[in-house]
Ligand binder design. Sequence first.
Ligand code: BDR
Ligand code: CA
Length: 345
Amino acid sequence: MRQKIIMDVDTGVDDSLALLYLLASPEAEIIGIASTAGNVPAAQVAANNLAWLDVCGAADIEVALGATEPLAIPLRTTEDTHGPQGVGYAELPESARALSPRSAVEMWVELVRAHPGEIVGLCTGPLTNLALALRLEPRLPQLLRRLVIMGGAFNHPGNTTPTNEWNVHVDPEAAKEVFDAFSAAPADRRPLVCALDITETIEMTPKHLTLLAERAGSFPVETVSPLDPPHARSAASNPIVRHVTDAVRFYFDFHQQCGAGYLAHMHDPFAAAVALDAGLAVTRPATVDVELAGTITRATTVADWEGMWGREPNADIVIGTDPEIFFERLIARIGDFARERYPAQ
Ligand code: BDR
Ligand code: CA
């Protein structure tokens, strides 16, 4: 039986690759995609999700619109990181697919009630929808098989403020509600947390895009370079490879402007891979809480590794992985999927 998954995303260049990774994984069955305001506004996130489903020739998958604002603060978006539409330089054709008539929050609640113990939730954006779903259905931590979260920074600097990771920064109240709600979860239901500590070791480089194009049988096989002119766009024959290349090129440019080098941190696809195979990750239990009051540390995630607070662990934090195994999987899966969807003539 395939693993049922609810994705909750703020698509987003790396969220896009997380979606492609799951679509390309035969053992995954995406049963719903919640669109969260974050990298770009929720309506744009939803449009991106629908457009990727078209590009991938995917079957009908429910895409629901989520909350348009965080729980307690105004929305902040980050087009400078992910491009004007959230998909870098890619220009995805507008989809004619319809959005779900139910909200993302209703979708979460109704799906977990309909399939108790069967669903893995994968959150790669702010946790607004999930927090609202938990208010409606407090048994959600027991109804989910597992939750995987990309978010937080523990023994690691933030990427938004000195101590804040983006997804938690956008909606810290929601993140706190989610971690609090999971404090009652048994050990095998604790959220798997992929924080910046691990996801910033997942460095995609132009070489990985080249290998992807080769695997997909796409031509010409391109190597994206920081020396390319600013208007450079992919001419790849395979539309999936072409759009991915244009999306990731923007993410490379952004990381380079930040001084990280010509690479891109693939936070969200890594979390997707962990959602399908927890064996990819070495984890350590901890009690996670979110600072809401600090004047310069608000939205910081704090992990109590040693039980100093006297509270049970509410998370399994990923502390180790082999990035190359992840990239081999990503390239093999998305490459084969792209080749199958658009066989070379
Ligand atoms: C997270 O922030 C977003 O910009 C990315 O999509 C990822 O989910 C990394 O901090
Ligand atoms: Ca994201």
